[in-house]
Design a protein around this ligand. Structure first.
Ligand code: BEZ
Length: 180
């Protein structure tokens, strides 16, 4: 998870990096490495980390990249000129082991990100990479899922979904989460 924060020593960013540190075991459980990036210099990040640890009662244990010349910020299109020509938005990129960007989130500077939602999306990606399912609205780990419409063969359905499934509509088939 590569996530950008608009500026060091700002209130919302302080809570966001703190929350990421607090959730470090949740990221580790999913084999996801958080990497923060900001366009303040490295020395600034170092001083700020002390504040984050103190105020958010945690220990930041993930890298914070210093992109002072905004090279990465520009490559990832994190400056939205209609919002600000200099300040970055709150971007999140979920990047897989093949270096493919699988999800992007963009929040305005005034809105702190929801890290439970980020973990939920990671759970969905990891599940749907391994099973022919998709996750419905507001799904969370352990809830029922839906079978992808491309699977129609009755023998394949029986083999892939031994717990059975409910046909609500031909295109809407609900099944227990396969890996639970
Ligand atoms: C903040 O992290 O609190 C913040 C950063 C940039 C603009 C507005 C708020």
């Amino acid at each position: 998870m590569l996530f950008l924060h608009p500026a060091d020593f700002t209130p919302v960013c302080t809570t966001e990096l703190g929350k990421t540190a607090v959730l470090s075991s949740e990221f580790a459980k999913r084999k996801v490495k958080p990497i923060a990036i900001g366009d303040d210099p490295l020395e600034s990040h170092g001083k700020w980390v002390k504040d984050i640890n103190e105020t958010q009662h945690t220990t930041v244990n993930f890298p914070i990249l210093a992109d002072a010349d905004k090279t990465v910020v520009k490559l990832y299109d994190m400056i939205h000129p209609n919002a600000s020509t200099t300040a970055t938005v709150r971007s999140v990129f979920i990047i897989d082991t093949k270096k493919v960007i699988r999800t992007t989130f963009t929040y305005p500077a005034s809105t702190g990100r929801n890290f439970d939602e980020i973990l939920r999306v990671i759970d969905s990606l990891q599940l749907t990479d391994h099973y022919k399912v998709a996750t419905p609205a507001n799904w969370k780990d352990g809830d029922d899922v839906v079978i992808v419409p491309s699977i129609q063969d009755p023998a394949e359905l029986a083999q892939r979904f031994p717990k059975g499934f409910k046909v609500v509509r031909p295109y809407l088939r609900v099944t227990p989460q396969p890996n639970k």
